[in-house]
Each structure stands twice: as structure tokens, then as C-alpha cells.
Design a binder for this molecule. Structure first.
Ligand SMILES: Nc1ncnc2c1ncn2[C@@H]1O[C@H](COP(=O)(O)OP(=O)(O)OP(=O)(O)O)[C@@H](O)[C@H]1O
Ligand SMILES: [Mg+2]
Length: 360
């Protein structure tokens, strides 16, 4: 499958854009503008076309201009495949999405049509500083790949029931049994997919990081809550059996994918010790790995939505990063001014935004 690219985008009452139109080439654009001019908002609107929702996790009502009645995002794609996607939200009727003139019944029908990998500086903190954030890092990509969400939803539901029983105190093994079976069945599939994914990512992320940092060593390891080798389902059953006492004491389920973590070591030290620039470089290396993952699976390069990637990276790291971004599909980069972006990125078309519109 060849690449597709976002060719035209129209925003109507989306965040600070009352009505704005943009045209992009297959290589993407550098989006420049002052603080608060709408650069991140523009990238966020593009994420709706891939995920059907905000990559920042904002509810639909919040992205409608001034909390108003709704918004519209209309896009035309070109390249190997030509199609249109629209996402229209209104307070009364909810969100409606169309591919060409075909209405979609659920978000899953949209996934895969147009894929994005995004980076924003807030994520460095949100995703790297806690186990929950690092689990999200695992799930963000896996959720866009066949069936993962289905397993998660069932796992979560069973986990909630099981935790409710445990928190109520005296509960018999017999009462827990049906929920044990469910969390083990759905949970072991989540663990299996995460393990496989990190195993695939390990070497790629390490290589990206080494180039970005000029030779610093990186190690990434999946760190599940129970020893997930051999038959994962069996191991989960065993660990659940062994944690009975602890569960009763704490009143909740203590093993399972909701307790997984990702262990990251930079230059031999835990990620907690990493500097801002090192943590940011790791997240960027991870995102480049995600882009490669999409490409290997689907033969299509995702669009890269790179918000403020060059600020607080030293010039060597910036240059190395630019090398990875250019010529790898459509790339959107934001900056306060054109001067901020390193050499190769200057070949991208510059689009200036201000006051909620595209400055001609
Ligand atoms: N729902 C909304 N309706 C109207 N305006 C909004 C809405 N949400 C955010 N804004 C406005 O959008 C602007 C922020 O836009 P954005 O975050 O895209 O800026 P930016 O260009 O990325 O700035 P920075 O360089 O500081 O990151 C703010 O002025 C904010 O008030
Ligand atoms: Mg911004």
C-alpha cells in the first residue's frame, strides 16, 4: 500500500479557528506562529482524522469554539488513495464521522484509514513519569491495531467486578472464580501483545535513541506484574493463586496488565534520573519506533505530528532528529518562528497561523 497524505483541511468552529482552510503537500509543513496562535490546535484537529478524537484526550465539547454548540473538521486526502474524512460534532446530535459520503457507525471503522504518530512536550511528563503513563505509552499504539481495545474493555469490566468483591471483604474463592477466569483470559492476551510489541520496539528505539543522542546507551524492557514467560495464561493463573493473601489484605487485584510497567534505562540509569532533554529524546525515539511499526504493518507511513520537537534539544540532537523526520512521509512540525527549526526542516513549506486563521 502506498502513502496517503492530507491535502486539504477545513476547520469550522474548532478551538480558536472560526473558519480556516489549509493546503498541504505530501511532505508536510512547518507551522509557525506566536504563543497561543493555534499551532497545537491545528495538530490536534489532524489527530481527529486518524483517531476520531483528540490526541490530547480533550472531550468533544471542549474543542468546540468557546464551548459552543459544535465543530466541523473536513479533510481531503491524496496520494495512493483519494478520499475525504469529515468529523462533525454537535451538542444535540453528538459526533458524526464520514469517509467520503459513507457514515461510520463507530470509531473502529475509521482506524487505519489515516494514521498519525504525534509528539507534544506535555507528553514527556504525562507518559514517562508514572507507571500509568508508561502503560498508556504501550496502549496508545496497540489500541490502533486490531482487537486490542476489545480485550481491554472486557478486562477492565471483569477487574472492576473483582475489585468490588475484594474491597467488600469476606469473599470466597467460589465467588471470585468467574471473574478470575475472565481477567486471566482477557488479561493474558493484553500481556502477550504488549510483550510482543516491546520486544519488537526494543532494538528500534535503542538505535533511534543512540543516533539522536550521539551514542548514549538505552535499554527498554517490558516489565509485567508477573513473570510472563512460557505459557502466559498459566503464569497469570499461578500468580493470581499466589497473591490471595495480599489481595485480601489490600482489597484489590494486585497482578495483571493494570499493574504492568515499562522499564527504561538511559546511560545505565533509570528514566527517573534522566534530564529533560534525555527524557524528551527517549520519547521521540519511541515515537519514531511507532511510525516504523505502522509502516511495517501496513506499508503506509503515518503522518508525524511533531509539536515543539526542537525546543530544548541541543543542536546535535535537533539535527539528528530532523534527519529522521524528513523524507519519511508527511510531517507537521510547529515552531514559534522559522529560525527555530534546523536546516533540513526548512525545506518544508511554512504555514503561518495567527488569530485562528491561516495567514496568507
Ligand atoms: N475551545 C476553544 N475555543 C476557543 N479558543 C480556544 C479553545 N481552546 C483553546 N483555545 C485558544 O487557543 C489558543 C491556544 O492555541 P494553541 O494551544 O494551539 O496555541 P499554540 O500556537 O500551540 O501556542 P504555544 O506556542 O504557546 O504552544 C489559546 O489562545 C486558547 O485560548
Ligand atoms: Mg502549542
Amino acid at each position: 500500500m502506498g502513502d496517503v497524505f492530507l491535502e486539504a483541511l477545513e476547520l469550522v468552529r474548532f478551538r480558536n479557528y472560526s473558519r480556516a482552510k489549509f493546503h498541504f503537500g505530501p511532505e508536510g509543513a512547518t507551522i509557525v506562529g506566536r504563543n497561543g496562535s493555534g499551532k497545537s490546535n491545528l495538530l490536534e484537529s489532524i489527530s481527529f482524522l486518524a483517531l476520531g478524537k483528540s490526541i490530547r484526550g480533550a472531550p468533544d465539547s471542549e474543542v468546540a469554539m468557546d464551548g459552543g454548540d459544535g465543530f466541523g473538521i473536513y479533510a481531503k486526502f491524496g496520494g495512493e488513495d483519494e478520499f475525504r474524512i469529515s468529523v462533525v460534532y454537535s451538542r444535540g446530535r453528538g459526533k458524526r464521522m464520514n469517509v467520503d459520503d459513507h457514515p461510520l457507525r463507530r470509531i473502529s471503522e475509521l482506524l487505519g484509514k489515516f494514521q498519525v504518530v504525534s509528539f507534544s512536550p506535555e507528553e514527556v511528563h504525562l507518559l514517562l513519569r508514572s507507571p500509568a503513563g508508561r502503560r498508556r505509552l504501550l496502549d496508545m499504539l496497540l489500541s490502533q491495531v486490531g482487537g486490542y481495545v476489545w480485550y481491554w474493555q472486557r478486562y477492565r469490566r471483569a477487574l472492576l467486578h473483582r475489585n468490588r468483591l475484594l474491597s467488600e471483604g469476606k469473599v470466597s474463592r467460589r465467588e471470585l472464580k468467574p471473574w478470575d477466569l475472565q481477567i486471566v483470559k482477557f488479561g493474558s492476551e493484553i500481556v502477550r501483545r504488549r510483550k510482543e510489541f516491546v520486544c519488537w520496539m526494543e532494538e528500534k528505539v535503542k538505535t533511534f535513541y543512540e543516533v539522536l543522542s550521539g551514542g548514549e546507551d538505552l535499554a527498554v524492557l517490558y516489565s509485567p506484574s508477573f513473570p510472563a514467560d512460557g505459557d502466559i495464561l498459566e503464569r497469570f493463573v499461578e500468580s493470581l493463586g499466589e497473591s490471595t493473601e495480599q489481595e485480601r489484605r489490600l482489597g484489590c487485584t494486585v497482578v495483571g496488565p493494570h499493574r504492568d510497567d515499562l522499564s527504561v534505562r538511559i546511560g545505565g540509569r533509570d528514566l527517573r534520573m534522566a534530564s529533560q532533554g534525555q527524557a524528551k529524546s527517549f520519547l521521540l525515539a519511541w515515537k519514531l519506533g511507532e511510525a516504523l511499526f505502522f509502516y511495517e504493518r501496513s506499508g503506509r507511513r503515518p503522518a508525524l505530528l511533531m509539536d515543539e520537537v526542537f525546543s530544548d534539544l541541543d543542536s546535535e540532537r535537533s539535527k539528528a532528529l530532523a534527519g529522521f523526520l524528513i523524507g519519511k512521509g508527511q510531517c507537521f512540525v510547529t515552531a514559534i518562528s522559522e529560525g527555530e527549526v534546523p536546516g533540513p526542516i526548512r525545506n518544508l513549506r511554512v504555514i503561518e497561523v495567527g488569530d485562528g486563521r491561516c495567514v496568507p
